[in-house]
Design a protein around this ligand. Structure first.
Ligand SMILES: [Zn+2]
Ligand SMILES: [Zn+2]
Length: 417
């Protein structure tokens, strides 16, 4: 049998309602906060990510899905932020508006070893607000993420925030980390020994037991922050307080990507096990300039859709399946013709309806109605034909009645709302 590519997933009809629900609520919440959707291509030039994510990040080092063609190297996008900044600059959106809020939903790709909780094709829902350094915006973006989770019925998550400071502060922080870790270098895992020079921040995220112990013993303060970054971070926290967002300041939260500056945040859920992050984000105040634009501050975040679904499933919440459709059951050829016309009338009236296309028995048709989560069955048999009516059964209440065809549609419209 032909198999799907390792690390990818089919989303089957039985699971799709969860996806559609997440997409629906997300676009509603983003609209509420003034964000507009943007869709960028799945493939981008490799240089976009080499330049934005940083040569030393694991994504660039070993997780890019490369496609070589016409002497060019493209990649399947590993994340959306860099692609959106590329689109923002290429389409001169910066010239049209000096502040813009964008959101996106789509597939991302990383060529990593498939393991639990990590796919090669996965999905992100996220947003980017470009053109402001205001600490009100940081708080708004974090509270948006908070509201989205609430609207999706997810609770019990934790929001951690930190400030990396500006580029100079980040250098100071890296120096502090190297100084603190230098003596313990030999006790770190081989990966972290390599990270020590290349990307010391990644050591704080290492899942290795002995690395974690060393990291937990570090004494980190915010003394690497310059006066203006310190003030910015203080304002962000105060604004989060004004919005009643519950959060925890974590000096160990650094995020591995090169472009992050100042505010960074991560949201985790205990229902997800060791890979417990459901979403993360932060400021990237230098990325736009770095990719050829003017000096423009920005902030964004992304949720992993697969992670959101796991967090939702970990909730003690009953997924209600809404019964909204009508299934037409017919007995005999004449009834089938009548039923076929009725089916069309119902759909024209905006009522979801279906019928049997396999000449099934009455029992078979009833079973099918039930497996489709129909709310009503409309029965047409010999009796009903003679009387010129349709027998209608409400599968939720069990109530039965006979209705003329012209009464039927009005009755169903009321009954289904
Ligand atoms: Zn600073
Ligand atoms: Zn390690």
């Amino acid at each position: 049998m032909l198999k799907r590519v390792l690390g990818t997933k089919d989303i089957l009809p039985g699971e799709i309602n969860v996806w559609q629900e997440i997409e629906h609520y997300s676009s509603q919440v983003f609209s509420l906060y003034g964000y507009q959707e943007i869709r960028t291509p799945l493939i981008e030039d490799i240089s976009l990510f080499n330049r934005s994510l940083g040569d030393s990040t694991e994504i660039v080092q070993k997780q890019m899905f490369e496609i070589s063609r016409d002497k060019e190297t493209y990649v399947l996008r590993p994340e959306a932020t860099a692609a959106i900044v590329r689109a923002y600059l290429e389409n001169s959106l910066d010239k049209k508006e000096d502040f813009i809020k964008l959101y996106y939903i789509g597939a991302m790709f990383r060529a990593e070893r498939p393991q639990k909780g990590r796919l090669r094709e996965f999905h992100h829902i996220g947003c980017e607000a470009i053109g402001s350094l205001s600490p009100y915006l940081d708080a708004e973006v974090i509270s948006l993420a908070d509201r989205l989770l609430q609207d999706l019925g997810i609770s019990g998550y934790e929001i951690k925030i930190n400030s990396l400071g500006c580029v100079e502060d980040k250098k100071k922080l890296a120096d502090i980390l190297r100084k603190e870790l230098k003596e313990k270098l030999h006790s770190l895992c081989p990966d972290c020994q390599e990270r020590f020079q290349r990307n010391v921040f990644r050591i704080l995220d290492c899942k290795n037991e002995s690395c974690r112990k060393i990291v937990e013993g570090l004494k980190l303060s915010d003394k690497y922050l310059c006066a203006s970054c310190l003030e910015h971070f203080k304002n962000v926290r105060e604004n989060l307080g004004r919005l009643n967002v519950h959060y925890k300041v974590s000096p160990f939260l650094v995020r591995g990507l090169d472009y992050y500056t100042r505010t960074v945040f991560e949201i985790s859920h205990p229902g997800l096990g060791s890979q417990d992050a459901i979403g993360a984000g932060g400021r990237y105040d230098n990325l736009i300039k770095q990719l050829g634009g003017s000096d423009t501050p920005a902030i964004g975040f992304a949720f992993g859709v697969e992670r959101l679904i796991l967090a939702q499933a970990a909730q003690p919440k009953e997924l209600k399946t809404e019964r909204k459709a009508v299934y037409i059951i017919t007995l005999g050829d004449v009834a089938a013709k009548e039923g076929f016309i009725l089916l069309n009338s119902l759909r024209s009236a905006g009522i979801a309806a279906d019928m049997d296309f396999q000449a099934k028995s009455l029992k078979g048709q009833m079973r099918r109605a039930d497996s489709l989560f129909s709310r009503f069955v409309a029965i047409i048999g010999e009796d009903e034909l003679k009387k010129g009516v349709v027998g209608l059964k409400d599968l939720l209440s069990g109530e039965q009645k006979e209705l003329k065809q012209d009464e039927l549609i009005n009755y169903l419209k009321k009954g289904l709302n």
